[in-house]
Design a protein around this ligand. Structure first.
Ligand code: PMP
Length: 361
């Protein structure tokens, strides 16, 4: 094939501000024990897969999916006791967050968040041209409600991100803090509950048509379905309508809609998995507490800790050398020297603890 003359030249540069911020990626090192991305260590129920395969035969793949994902939203609505109009679904909760920033953020608007917190809140805000108003947590990573209210009153953000339990620190916000932020803001409060089912409190109880608050959840952690890429939001129907305007048409494929709906029939099994993770989390915390490390209390499926006598990054390397991968958060602002371990199966946690004992010895 001959190329027309004059087509080969330097490619146009992408948006100049994209280079400012690194993407959010955890190292994918080939190891035997992967405790770095807060997935469930257990596969989904085999009965769910059987049901999905049976239903897949009846899907009309030549047709576009149900654009409004009615059956899935109704099923999620039944789970949470709200009508389908108060449910928005997307490809992972990250896409829900992106739709929120597209609909409520953008140029000339601000998103508030309290660092250290989930890096994608700032990242997605940035990508959507939303200005970032970053507050800080206390040294123990709890959120000072008065300081949060102060920031919101001063900056007047259109979106306030709260993360409960907070990734990567593990603490859940309390009801009073969330309520005072809702009372103080004229924007939308987004409570990211990716780890909500591991915590003792949920902001779902606050959701109402006339309250500017939404709760974001995911199938990636408790439902053991990170590979499915499915997340959702519960909130006022007016917000759901706004999000539908920014989502791409037919963004949720037919197979995923069926998979998400069928998963809800297995909530007993999901709860058993959550209970197993909670038991192991307490065992991990107790074991770490007996080592020369500082451990933060966790309401999630991960634990944040910091070696007291060793450099965090070296400890991370030592674990990788023993085929155990945890999240290296040691260079993140406010998390100097810290590492985060996802709760795994009992065997994986044993492997982690014995590798760590060796590294620290
Ligand atoms: N929110 C928080 C706080 C998270 O930690 C994560 C996953 N790392 C997500 C949202 C995104 O989850 P997903 O897109 O898999 O639903």
């Amino acid at each position: 094939m001959t190329r027309p003359a004059g087509v080969a030249r330097a490619l146009p540069p992408p948006r100049a501000d994209l280079g400012l911020r690194e993407g959010y990626h955890s190292a994918q090192v080939p190891v035997e024990v992967r405790l770095n991305t807060n997935e469930s260590p257990y596969p989904p129920p085999p009965e769910w897969l059987e049901a999905l395969l049976a239903e897949a035969r009846d899907i009309a793949f030549n047709r576009y999916p149900d654009r409004s994902a009615t059956d899935l939203r109704e099923a999620l609505g039944r789970l949470h006791g709200v009508p389908a109009q108060q449910v928005f679904v997307a490809n992972g909760s990250n896409e829900v967050l992106q739709c929120l920033c597209l609909a409520y953020g953008g140029p000339g608007r601000k998103a508030a968040m309290f660092e250290p917190t989930y890096a994608l809140h700032a990242h997605i805000a940035h990508l959507t041209g939303t200005e970032i108003a970053a507050g800080r947590r206390r040294p123990d990573f709890s959120l000072d409600a008065a300081a949060a209210v102060g920031l919101v009153e001063e900056q007047r953000p259109s979106i306030v991100f709260l993360c409960s339990p907070n990734n990567p620190t593990g603490l859940a916000e309390d009801a009073a803090t969330v309520s005072s932020v809702v009372a103080a803001t004229d924007g939308l409060v987004v409570v990211d509950e990716a780890y909500g089912q591991f915590a003792s409190w949920s902001a779902l109880a606050l959701v109402a048509e006339d309250v500017p608050l939404v709760v974001v959840r995911t199938y990636s952690k408790t439902w053991s379905m990170a590979g499915l890429r499915l997340g959702y939001l519960i909130g006022p129907s007016e917000v759901v309508t706004a999000l539908e305007r920014v989502a791409l048409p037919y963004h949720l494929d037919s197979l995923k809609q069926a998979a998400g709906r069928l998963a809800l029939q297995f909530s007993d099994q999901m709860e058993r998995r959550v209970a197993a993770v909670l038991g192991e989390r307490e065992r991990l915390v107790a074991a770490l507490s007996a080592m020369p490390v500082k451990v933060w209390p966790s309401q999630a499926n991960f634990v944040l800790w910091r070696p007291l006598e060793r450099v965090g990054q070296e400890v991370w390397q030592g674990l990788v050398a023993r085929s155990v991968l945890v999240r290296d958060t040691s260079s993140w602002p406010g998390l100097e020297g810290c590492l985060r371990t996802t709760v795994g199966t009992p065997d994986e946690n044993d492997r982690f603890l014995s590798a760590l004992a060796e590294v620290l010895a």
